[in-house]
Write a protein that binds this ligand. Structure first.
Ligand code: FES
Length: 118
């Protein structure tokens, strides 16, 4: 067995269901938890609502020209694709894969070791 197994949760019925702020970040609900959806070059990325550094509200941050999300509090930068702290402070932004399907937009939650899909 290889790769990650995800449990997919619908977070929106479609693009029109997500209200993006001028910073291209929308809020969504993932399994009862508030998360951010970032839009960059027509792609969607899901990441944590709060910054792993000191809890800055990522939804109030911004997306830079390379597709990193910048925390508004101390301006640490994170790749929306893999959560890497590209400005080098050693943190990691929790993020989730997104799938846009015909019947809605889904975010995948890592099912680590719970063999519940079998
Ligand atoms: S709280 Fe986000 S960079 Fe400090």
């Amino acid at each position: 067995m290889s790769g990650k197994v995800y449990k997919w949760h619908k977070i929106a019925e479609g693009m029109e269901d997500l209200s993006f702020a001028p910073n291209n970040i929308a809020l969504a609900d993932l399994d009862g938890k508030k998360i951010c959806i970032g839009k960059f070059q027509d792609k969607l990325f899901a990441f944590a609502y709060k910054c792993p550094h000191a809890g800055g509200i990522m939804a109030d941050g911004w997306i830079d020209a390379l597709g990193n999300v910048v925390c508004p509090l101390h301006r640490y930068k994170f790749s929306m694709l893999n959560g890497r702290n590209v400005s080098g402070e050693g943190y990691y932004l929790k993020h989730w894969p997104i799938e846009v399907r015909e019947d809605g937009i889904y975010a995948g939650v890592d099912d680590k070791g719970l063999f519940s899909w079998l």
